[in-house]
Design a protein around this ligand. Structure first.
Ligand SMILES: Nc1ncnc2c1ncn2[C@@H]1O[C@H](COP(=O)(O)OP(=O)(O)OP(=O)(O)O)[C@@H](O)[C@H]1O
Ligand SMILES: [Mg+2]
Length: 307
């Protein structure tokens, strides 16, 4: 089982003897994977991560990090594990670089090694200029990047990020995506992330688990999840408002406004034929935009069907 970075077996968490946050979940994440743990609010994602990091006590189940049972040897497992939590958990009055040096001390890293590592992380995450600032004076995006740097100080093989890009602007989200992509590709780090930005999961992650009400309802590759979707949606801009909708088998048309229509096409239907019909009916199309939010549609379908 050497190539399994994280193995969760029959994990159950009951809060206060009555609230089932996790119901017997099992999951394997292979070494080197980029894995998404998705689910609506309250699904149990943070609880799962809390148990892996030993901050939350499980009710039943087993967790292994690179084959190390965290109940038997958490102090060994923690060297392999970096966690970025959902909530900001930084000392507000500490200097940026001190946060990282304290973390290095916690893992027993030598001074000289720590300094090289920490300055590299500050550089890579665009925080070098801020290294002497007090955490309280950092922006939300800087704090998030500092938490990522802190999780990586001891160079763990498995990095788990609980909503790393929540509340960040698009540019910063991209910077963090690129950084994650690079450390997964070049440093072979296994990365697990939770996110509500499904576009992020679709772009980055090779495998995915969807959790709902404490149960894993899907665990598969991103590719096979997306190929299960059988509808593509396009936004068409038309030259003149339609008097009557053409009726085409397997195609749904919906008016957005007089000059815009949404076209939903079932997989397998020839798009050329549809445009031929438009052409014959003298409907002039000025532009086409693909509006398929593929993972989002799949996600909502799965959650709806689970109700
Ligand atoms: N300390 C606690 N005491 C009691 N119940 C809790 C506690 N922490 C979490 N829960 C409950 O456990 C369930 C799962 O919560 P969790 O925070 O794991 O969800 P999540 O998937 O991370 O949600 P979000 O996307 O909103 O962060 C929820 O019903 C939540 O109310
Ligand atoms: Mg959460």
């Amino acid at each position: 089982m050497k190539n399994i970075a994280l193995c969760i077996k029959n994990l159950t968490k009951i809060y206060n003897n009555k609230n089932y946050a996790l119901r017997d979940i099992s999951l394997n994440v292979i070494s080197g994977d980029f894995f998404a743990l998705l689910g609506p609010n309250g699904a149990g994602k943070t609880t799962t991560i809390g148990i892996i990091s030993s901050l939350i006590k499980k009710t039943f189940g087993k967790i292994k990090i690179f084959d190390i049972d965290i109940d038997k040897n958490f102090s060994k497992a923690k060297y392999k594990l970096g966690i970025v939590s959902q909530e900001y958990n930084l000392n507000q009055f500490e200097k940026v670089e001190n946060i990282l040096f304290t973390q290095a001390g916690y893992y027993g890293l030598s001074k000289i090694f720590s300094k090289i590592r920490i300055y590299k992380l500050l550089n890579d995450l665009g925080l070098f200029k801020q290294r002497e600032m007090i955490v309280r004076n950092l922006s939300g995006g800087m704090k998030r990047r500092l938490m990522i740097a802190r999780s990586l100080v001891h160079n763990p093989n498995l990095l788990i990020l609980d909503e790393p890009t929540a509340g960040l602007d698009i540019e910063l989200r991209r910077i963090i995506w690129n950084y994650m992509y690079n450390i997964n590709k070049n440093e072979k780090k296994t990365i697990i992330l939770t996110t509500h930005y499904l576009e992020e999961a679709e772009r980055l992650c090779r495998n995915v688990a969807i959790i709902n009400k404490g149960v894993i309802i899907k665990n598969t590759s991103m590719h096979s999840l997306l190929t299960q979707l059988d509808v593509n949606t396009f936004l068409l801009e038309i030259k003149k408002p339609l008097k009557k909708f053409p009726v085409i088998n397997g195609v749904k048309l919906k008016i957005k406004d007089s000059y815009k229509i949404l076209l939903s096409i079932k997989k397998g239907i020839n798009i050329n034929e549809i445009f031929n019909i438009f052409y014959k009916k003298k409907i002039e199309i000025l532009s086409i935009r693909n509006k398929s939010k593929r993972l989002e549609e799949m996600f909502l379908n799965l959650i709806d069907n689970d109700k």
